[in-house]
Design a protein around this ligand. Structure first.
Ligand code: PMV
Length: 344
């Protein structure tokens, strides 16, 4: 079924500004990160298709013959981005998942099977393929968020820096390669519940919450303007504006009810070192970003990372604006990635 090794990856992403507000029709700015998730498909001679997802501890296997009997008829039916319930049932049947299987596992396994059966046979993706990948990623988002804006799947598909407004996505004209810290507070959160919480607060206090959303919209627009003006050598004043925008948005997000004590701690720890942070994504825990100004000495960055790690957080230094979903040749892979894949 698969004749050669296929290696694909997609970038992680963060929302710079506009999370939650984007669900209510405001602008969001999202950027891809130089932190990627890799998938390797490689042929085996044991007559099985094995799935191993080490990060979430999932291992499964299917008979190739069983999958082969499916793909010809299955893939050519109807609209591939909106499978019929019959098609979903067929996939579930082949997947053989237990009834009490977690939603995330169910999703990961079904998405893998779909990928295996269709996209994996391509060696280069056309614009239409990317649209399809984006639409499927959006379906996954729907399962997790309930009512996603579509910004997350879009930025991981196309990469770079995107502006998202009411379903319309455009690339930012210019975007400097900002260095950031991405800190995972490791506090679990439920995006669907947080999005619903903001909606409830808006319904309960429309006169208070609607202006907050309008202000977040203005923050996104101002950030877009400043990023567009930052050239090869950004001026220190431009970084000061970016920092002020981060601070103001973080306060607004707290007022929307999506803050968390762990995120407050993250902001305080970095503030004590003259750095500015905000939550990114749904909030309620999860991740935060810290802007690293140019000229910051590496020992100071390391000390900040250490201080955040001492709080029990995971902290990664990275840059924004990575390529979107990509196919790789084995020889072009970074040796650390190659080692991690070989260790599976
Ligand atoms: O937590 P994340 O990274 O999945 O982002 C959620 C962003 C929201 O604006 C809260 C929801 C959405 O669909 O845009």
């Amino acid at each position: 079924m698969l004749s050669e090794v296929l290696l694909v990856s997609a970038p992680g992403k963060v929302i710079l500004h506009g999370e939650h507000a984007v669900v209510h029709g405001k602008v969001a700015l999202a950027v891809s990160l130089n932190l990627r998730t890799f998938l390797r498909l490689q042929p085996h001679s044991n007559g099985k298709v094995d799935l191993s997802l080490p990060n979430i501890g999932i291992k499964r296997a299917w008979d190739v013959a069983r999958l082969q009997s499916l793909d010809a008829s299955f893939l050519e039916q109807g609209d591939v981005t909106t499978p019929t319930s019959e098609q979903v049932e067929k996939l579930k049947e082949v997947a053989g998942l237990p009834d009490d299987c977690a939603v995330t596992e169910r999703l990961a396994v079904l998405a893998f099977l779909y990928l295996y059966l269709s996209i994996c046979r391509k060696q280069r993706w056309t614009k239409e393929d990317l649209e399809l990948i984006n639409k499927w990623a959006f379906q996954g988002e729907r399962m997790i968020h309930g009512n996603p804006s579509g910004v997350d799947n879009a930025v991981s598909t196309w990469g770079g820096a995107l502006r998202y407004h009411q379903g319309k996505i455009s690339s930012l004209k210019r975007s400097p390669a900002l260095q950031i810290l991405l800190t995972n507070t490791k506090v679990p959160r439920n995006t669907r519940a947080l999005v619903a919480g903001v909606r409830n607060r808006l319904l309960k206090f429309p006169e208070i919450v609607a202006p907050l959303l309008t202000s977040i919209d203005a923050i996104s627009l101002e950030c877009e303007r400043v990023l567009g003006e930052m050239g090869e050598a950004p001026a220190p004043e431009q970084y000061v504006v970016l920092e002020e925008l981060i601070d103001m948005n973080q306060h607004h997000l707290n007022a929307l009810g999506v803050g968390h004590a762990s995120l407050d701690q993250l902001c305080q720890v970095t503030r004590a070192r003259g750095l500015h942070s905000k939550l990114t994504g749904a909030g309620g825990g999860g991740c935060g970003i810290t802007l690293l100004k140019p000229g910051l000495e590496q020992p100071e960055v390391e000390a900040t990372k250490q201080a955040l790690t001492s709080c029990g957080f995971d902290c990664l230094e990275t840059s924004i604006g990575a390529p979107g979903v990509s196919i790789h040749s084995a020889t072009s892979l970074d040796s650390r990635v190659q080692q991690a894949l070989d260790g599976l």
